[in-house]
Write a protein of this length. Sequence first.
Length: 320
Amino acid sequence: MRMRPSADQRAPGIYQTYDPVVIPPMSIANTRIAGFVGITQKGPMNEPTRLGNWDEFLEIFGYNQDSYTSDSVYGFFKNGGTDCWIVRVAHNPAKGTLAALEQAASAEHVQLLLRRMGAGAVFQILLSQTASCRYRHRGRTRQSRMRMPAEPPVRVLTNTTPLIALAQVGVFPLLRDLYGHLGLPPAVYREVVTEGHGRAGAQATAEAVTAGWLTVLALRQPEAARRLRIQFLLGDGESEVLALAQEQQVSLVLMDEDRAVRRARALGFLVLRTVGILLQAKTHHLLPDVKQPLDALRALGFRLSERVYQQALQYAGEAP
């Protein structure tokens, strides 16, 4: 603040005037970019790749259930991250050599990221399996923020049970043949593939994601799924399917659990159960009969009342 007499102040006295202080606007830069060095399912080897969202990661690198890289990147974007760099260091190595491989490759690939990102970047490298080795580099970034592209259009979402049930009776590809492109939330992928590793549906689902006709879609508002789970006593997969259905322009939801089905219909969504999927496949001449897969599901303990079973056979024209 400076004081000076004003030109129009003619009478003797003490006067104060204030010069406006111009404060330049503060520019907020992106000061943290994450870098991940680790195992992925596919993608360019030893080449830093910049990503702006989870869908880009799935498209370029896929989902590898034997490495923490995929889950780490998903957590980064789910918690508000917008830019990261990925370096793929191996493809499906033997589990016994995984840690040793990453330890040996770490320093080299960190330097590779440093050169690509520039001396101004601020980031942290997280190894996909070996948490003991971390690198930090501080400074400012000159990289511009990548604009996140729109998610791919998905009109059909599936919950856990249809994936497992159809895989159990060997007709999993019916989903692709009937609907072309389907989506599922991370919780469903985790239940079927990660937690269900080695069981029915795990391999088929992972392969479908790799092939691109089944897409794992991150929720824009995870809090909505939490509210559904608490308010209506739904499972993680069910609540995320319904929350995701509300975010997307979904025309069909595939699920079997009664409580979740009732809630989906209350929200205005068309719902098809596993039995309905089989009947639709029969109608489209993709399945010779529904009795054989239905009998197989019942033998495996699939919950299917006698009334629904007989109604399905009658609808398919297979009633005795």
